[in-house]
Design a protein around this ligand. Structure first.
Ligand code: PGA
Length: 256
């Protein structure tokens, strides 16, 4: 961890494969690695399922593509059958871990406290935590989106979070996997509120944290999303399972 904040947030295209992918799908990574523009000025990360982490990390070794995980346990070791610690993910070759994705908040009842503990575990293990926040459709319809997102953010981030080890992903639940991305105006509103909360709490570190938008990002809408202020990249679900779509989104980010 560095106490000196970078001068600006890193641009990052991050793919989240969710519970998709077997060894046959490593060919997607091979294509991404082959065609990823090295001078692009935007980072690229794929988070495959845990079963593929080692093989994915092996394939991407000495290439610009980085590999991340989708979840971790808060403890380093112990009697937690079926769980995987941040230290184990790092050992398998991950550099990043997604924590607090809305699917985990919903399917596994993960609270802000649980997400914060996972983000702390990531820091402890030397991984960068991609901390996800986002309102539901009902919360947006009630006009509570800023309140919900800033409260999740406050509860899910550990004290002392730094820009080199913390990325925020704003993913409105109603936009995930629906084909209905948030509008640039919606994204600008929330990303502005997130940036301001981060700068207030973490100072220069908060100003330099990367803010990703997630929810139905595809090649067709990437450029308009990346043109929005305080958008430093994307967390990409469905489109990251197609090498050409992921690469097109990455190119749009590099050009933004
Ligand atoms: P989507 O998923 O791109 O398929 O909407 C995004 C995510 O959940 O990270």
């Amino acid at each position: 961890m560095s106490n000196v904040a970078p001068s600006s947030p890193e641009k990052l295209a991050a793919g989240n494969w969710k519970m998709n992918g077997t060894s046959a799908d490593l060919s997607i990574l091979e294509t991404i690695i082959r065609d990823l523009a090295p001078e692009a000025g935007a980072g690229a990360l794929i988070c495959p399922p845990a079963t593929l982490l080692s093989a994915a990390a092996h394939l991407s070794k000495a290439t610009p593509l980085r590999i991340g995980a989708q979840n971790c346990h808060e403890a380093a070791t112990g009697a937690h059958t079926g769980d995987i610690s941040a230290e184990m993910l790092r050992d398998a070759g991950a550099t990043h871990v997604i924590v607090g994705h809305s699917e985990r908040r919903a399917d596994h009842r993960e609270t802000d406290d649980a997400v914060r503990a996972k983000a702390e575990a990531a820091q402890r293990a030397g991984l960068t935590a991609i901390v996800c926040v986002g309102e539901t459709e009902d919360e947006r319809e009630a006009g509570r989106q800023i309140e919900v997102v800033t409260s999740q953010l406050a509860g899910s981030l550990p004290d002392g979070a730094t820009a080199d080890r913390t990325i925020i992903a704003y993913e409105p639940v109603w936009a995930i996997g629906t084909g209905k991305a948030a509008t640039p105006a919606d994204i600008a509103e929330i990303h502005g509120a997130i940036r301001s909360a981060l700068s207030t709490r973490f100072g220069a570190q908060g100003s330099a944290m990367s803010l990703l938008y997630g929810g139905s990002v595809k090649p067709a809408n990437a450029a308009e999303i990346f043109a929005v202020e305080n958008v430093d990249g994307a967390l990409i679900g469905g489109a990251s399972l197609k090498a050409e779509d992921f690469l097109a989104i990455h190119s749009a980010l590099a050009a933004a």
